[in-house]
Design a protein around this ligand. Structure first.
Ligand code: PEP
Length: 252
């Protein structure tokens, strides 16, 4: 059975006091409201250790927003998978569209980062998705196919089962524009069918595929009700407990 997941990507938001407050509020909420999905957060790297201390019983999964493909050395500003492992982090988001856009991240980088995480037993949340231009010119199926194949298809069946995929159409991230549930579902089904063709249906059925792109309390239920959508990667709406908790409750 695949997992249902709501993951919050905090991006570059919140000072330390605000971060601690939201982490604690989320813990209190989670204790009082058992959810039907797993809940993860990806705070700025500076706050990962604090998150691990607050969630000492692993009530909430703690993910980095990115990490280096290298083990250690002269890579100023980077954090390594070994560092994440040493604080018992659960994994990292890989190839978020903002990393692609502002930092030149490609699917070849993503491939090495995903492998580095899996080798240490950590979980990658691998992001893909087309731009507005690519969608308008009808290339979205092809783009997502190429991304998925380059980033993931060197993995073994056992490895790929441990990857969480987040389909995030770039035109829907932080724009207030959401893919319709049908638009999202058809790409999720497409991704699952690519995996099934390469690794078999059983493997494909085990992989959680999240949708990301302006998920809000008022559209989460409809999006999550699609058969191939197993949860969401949430940006803006993860920054306030009021909104994030309603999205978690969309699984109830
Ligand atoms: C994201 O950054 O992964 C995201 C989906 O952002 P938002 O929910 O703000 O569109």
């Amino acid at each position: 059975m695949r997992k249902y997941i709501v993951a919050g990507n905090w991006k570059m938001n919140k000072n330390v006091i605000e971060a601690q407050q939201l982490m604690s509020q989320l813990l209190d909420y989670k204790k009082q409201n058992p959810s039907n999905c797993e809940v993860y957060i990806a705070p700025p790297a500076l706050y990962l250790m604090m998150a691990k201390e607050i969630y000492e019983n692993n009530e909430i999964g703690v993910f980095a927003q990115d990490m280096s493909e290298y083990e250690s050395g002269a890579y100023t500003g980077e954090i390594s998978v070994g560092m994440l492992e040493s604080i018992d982090a659960d994994g990292a988001i890989i190839a978020h569209s903002e990393r692609r856009q502002y930092h030149g991240e490609t699917d070849s980088h993503a491939n090495r980062k995903v492998k580095a995480l899996l080798d240490k037993g950590l979980t990658p949340i691998y992001c893909n998705g087309e731009t507005l231009e690519q969608r308008k010119s009808g290339q979205h199926f092809e783009v997502v196919k190429n991304q998925t194949e380059t980033a993931l298809f060197t993995l073994s069946a056992e490895e790929i089962k441990k990857v969480i995929i987040a389909y995030e159409p770039v035109w829907a991230i932080g724009t207030g524009e959401t893919a319709s549930p049908e638009q999202a579902q058809e790409i999720h089904a497409h991704i699952r069918s690519l995996i099934a063709a390469k690794y078999g249906q059983e493997v494909a059925d085990e992989i959680s595929i999240l949708y990301g792109g302006s998920v809000k309390p008022d559209n989460a239920k409809e999006i999550f009700s699609q058969p191939d959508i197993d949860g969401g990667l949430i940006g803006g709406a993860a920054l306030k407990l009021e909104d994030f908790s309603k999205i978690i409750e969309a699984f109830n």
